[in-house]
Design a protein around this ligand. Structure first.
Ligand code: PLP
Length: 449
């Protein structure tokens, strides 16, 4: 109708004139205007509904507009919208308690930030001050955020335009059997060789210079890289041997995404610091933070911590966090994420993959999966080259267009489709999404060599 058309024109016009978008050449993009969202769906101004298998940017873990969390934010805003970070306040205390109760080991103190990259910045600062050492090690392929330290720790191509301040960052290869950097043929071999490579890197960098190793517990942006059994425990042991702080970045995988509160729970590993954001509030209000071990907290017991943020522990965000955690508990959303992975997404994706030669590998857990698309199943040549754009990326663009035409909003990265619906996606919506994916994969098949 005419009213919707006018509204759409106004939104698009002001966006194009005044909004400067992330990661984009501003004149080469045409953002979809979103009119609303609920549960696992969002819709545009022309009545097209999309089943969101990207959970926004992998953060709407309880779906859009969960009434309990929306109500808690409204209630908090009526009561108290803000208070300075230096005061003690009920919802902040409660959010910190609920998080600390769920983190492994003795990570019982919470430093709140506004989002993930700031969590990484502060975790690295804590590690450097705690150890008195300068260097931080991170994995190739990783993503840790877009602020100065975080983007340089990042091990993917988003670092390329930013690597003007790499001092103190050392990259290494983590395990990834399908594209093994170590020519391994089994998970056990990959694990052993990855740990050997990491230890060699530590030794040749000089252990006395290394403050921290930071890892995504399950690589998110890199393509849902699930570590082999024993890898994280092995990294923990190396950190202990060389006095290095072990930081797990759970910004994408915390709060139910992999079917546990924290992905570290799958491997019973306790790091010294955990970075979180995204799912903690399902993104309804921005919030991130660092969960801190007793030993690192002790470093700042009588010595001031030289960092802070105006909005650290913002009360609207903390109210959203409290409501999100309680809702996940009441509705067993973490358990649902695990069951959806084990019973629906895992088997369903593998069944589809068997019909489509372009799917080289299916991997994941909980509501966190990826399909690795290839041009050639034998050589495993990716469907598009690393860091492809424009014409080189045409096969993935065509595949993405087919998914959207079917009403499924995908998360595509490089030669992969990431499958990350809300943790409480319904059985019916999983079936719907898989049916669209099955059909769209014929487009990827058609682009094989
Ligand atoms: N760390 C990881 C593992 C992430 O996936 C992300 C974002 O996707 C970040 C850090 C950065 O978080 P933010 O964009 O909230 O700063």
């Amino acid at each position: 109708n005419a009213e919707a058309a006018d509204a759409l024109a106004a939104v698009k016009d002001a966006d194009r004139k005044h909004v400067f978008h992330s990661w984009s050449a501003q004149e080469l993009i045409d953002p979809l205007a979103v009119a609303g969202a609920e549960g696992s769906y969002f819709w545009d101004y022309e009545g097209n509904r999309f089943l969101d298998f990207s959970s926004a940017l992998v953060y709407t873990n309880i779906g859009y507009q969960h009434p309990k969390v929306a109500a808690a934010i409204a209630e908090q805003s009526a009561r108290l919208c803000t208070v300075a970070p230096g005061f003690a306040v009920d919802v902040r205390s409660e959010a910190a308690r609920l998080i600390a109760e769920r983190t492994p080991g003795d990570l019982d103190k919470i430093f709140f930030t506004n989002a993930g990259a700031e969590a990484v910045e502060n975790a690295v600062r804590m590690a450097r001050l705690h150890t008195g050492r300068p260097k931080v090690m991170s994995a190739y392929r990783s993503y840790h955020g877009a602020t100065s330290t975080a983007i340089n720790l990042t091990g993917d191509a988003r670092r390329f335009g930013n690597d003007t301040a790499t001092a103190g960052v050392v990259h290494f290869w983590g395990p990834f059997l399908y594209r093994s950097p170590f020519h391994a043929t089994t998970e056990a071999e990959e694990c052993g060789r990855a740990l050997r490579h990491l230890e060699d890197t530590i030794v040749f960098e000089g252990p006395q210079s290394i403050a921290a190793i930071i890892l995504e517990t399950v690589g998110g942006a890199p393509g849902v890289l699930v570590p082999p059994a024993g890898y994280l425990a092995g990294v923990r042991a190396l950190c202990d041997r060389y006095g290095i702080v072990f930081i797990l970045d759970e910004v994408m995988v915390g709060f139910g995404r992999t079917g546990t509160w924290f992905a570290a729970d799958h491997w019973d590993v306790t790091p010294d610091l955990i970075c979180f954001a995204k799912g903690i509030t399902s993104g309804y209000v921005p919030l991130g933070g660092v969960a801190i071990s007793a030993a690192i907290a002790e470093t700042f017991a009588r010595r001031p911590y030289p960092g802070g943020l105006t909005y650290s522990g913002h009360v609207l965000a903390c109210a959203a966090a409290v409501a999100t955690i309680n809702t996940m508990e009441e509705e067993d959303i973490v358990g649902q994420s695990a069951r959806t992975g084990a019973e629906l997404l895992g088997p369903g994706l593998r069944e589809i993959a068997a019909r489509h030669p372009s799917v080289g590998e299916v991997r994941g857990l909980g509501t966190f999966w990826a399909l690795e698309l290839v041009r050639d199943a034998d050589t495993r040549e990716p469907l598009v080259p690393y860091n492809a754009s424009g014409a080189d990326n045409a096969p993935m663009a065509a595949f993405g267009a087919a998914l959207k035409k079917g009403g499924l909003w995908p998360l595509l990265a490089g030669n992969r489709m990431h499958v990350a619906p809300p943790c409480n996606v319904s059985t019916e919506d999983v079936a719907k999404g898989l049916a669209v994916l099955d059909e769209a994969l014929s487009v990827a098949d058609a682009h094989m060599a």
